[in-house]
Write a protein that binds this ligand. Sequence first.
Ligand code: SF4
Length: 452
Amino acid sequence: MQLKFHMVTIEDLVPEGHFLRKLDTVLDLGFVYEEMAHLYSRRYGRPPIDPVVLVKYLLVGFLYGIPSERQIEQRIQTDVALRWYLGLDLFDRVPDHSTISQLRRRKPNFRKIFRRLFEEVVRQCVAKGLASGRLVGTDSTHVKANASRASEELVALPESPGAYWERLDAYEEEGLEELERRTGKRRKKRVKQIKKDRRQTKKRVSRTDPEAGHMKRPGKPRGQHYLSHQTVDTDCGVILDVTVTPGDVYDSVPYLDQIERVHRNILPIQAAAADAAYDFPLAHQALKELEIQFFVRPQAFHDRTNVELKREAFQYDESLDAYVCPNGKLLNLNTLHRSASGLYWLYLADKQDCQCCPLRKKCLSQQDKRGARKLEHSYFTAQRKQNLSRLSDPVYREALKKRQIWCEGTFAAQKREHNLTRVLRRGLEAAEDHCLLSATALNLKRLIWNTK
Ligand code: SF4
């Protein structure tokens, strides 16, 4: 074989218009030095590896869907464009993959840079007009945890008071005043009673990653997972916020905090769309108070009462503020009930009416100790009904369609190209870093595609 000598620099080998050249122009990582300055000593030890190089090292892994840090190192060794982006010359030594693990172990604050990087990219997308807040969509996707089902064991854990427990406080005060006005009855707040009454629940917990959660949803794989909850702007698909939870957390749990964070810190939201998992009564009220239009697919109501006469057999009469039962008797407002998941008006039939009723066997279950039929509806029903009454409106349908296209399309792209199928490291923080980097990678692509 005849050897040839070429006089080239690495600069000559990366074509004009290469994605990484555009990325280098668009993304200024100067803030990394400021953020990480406190992690390094200026007086002692060997000079550290440039922190910007380490951030780029991880970022290219997510941009090109390289699943592990060991494989990123191997790709950088042979890929000239990646070397150029990291500022390494043709024969410079590529930082060892273990450098990143050591940095995470020795300097846990290093991980803060991922949230900051994500926020910086979102800020740039908003500044370039790629996100407006006219309509945002929210959804979650499962990311497999690095834990097998064989590592699971059943553990009894105290039941938490519910994600929106604190938020319901103010509504309960207001509701109790209304109860007194409507019925003349006074009742104390239930806060202390419920907090005393801590029940236990059994969960499948993994011994190898106890922070993951056992996911069991129809049509989804079972086992230990994390969930990445994302709110996406439907103008160009910019991901505005990422929250990560264990795989057994309901989608509704982080929803209101996420929407409020985006609304207050990133850009004012005008309308929000979500699928049926987010159709919980408090969401309708909370979004109305933020002056955000809420387009949500209604959740199918499953009447789980173990009797023949289900809820549909009772008619609500607004003028009487009572339900009328199939025997023509009234179920009057009795009290305001607060549970871990919400606040409900409780309507109760008269015990004497039920005792001599021919439909008694079809209407009352054997467990019913009161001897009278009860029905409840949410304290926020009026707002929910008002929102859902627009379901057939073309604007409403269009909003739901856009949510589906952008949220589900974004997850599909992240899973296909940006490592959002599984996390290799363990723990909630590691999962959050992973999902943030995946979202940052996709946002950067959308920023570059939409920047001339
Ligand atoms: S049992 Fe009571 S609530 Fe049920 S139909 Fe009879 S009277 Fe009405």
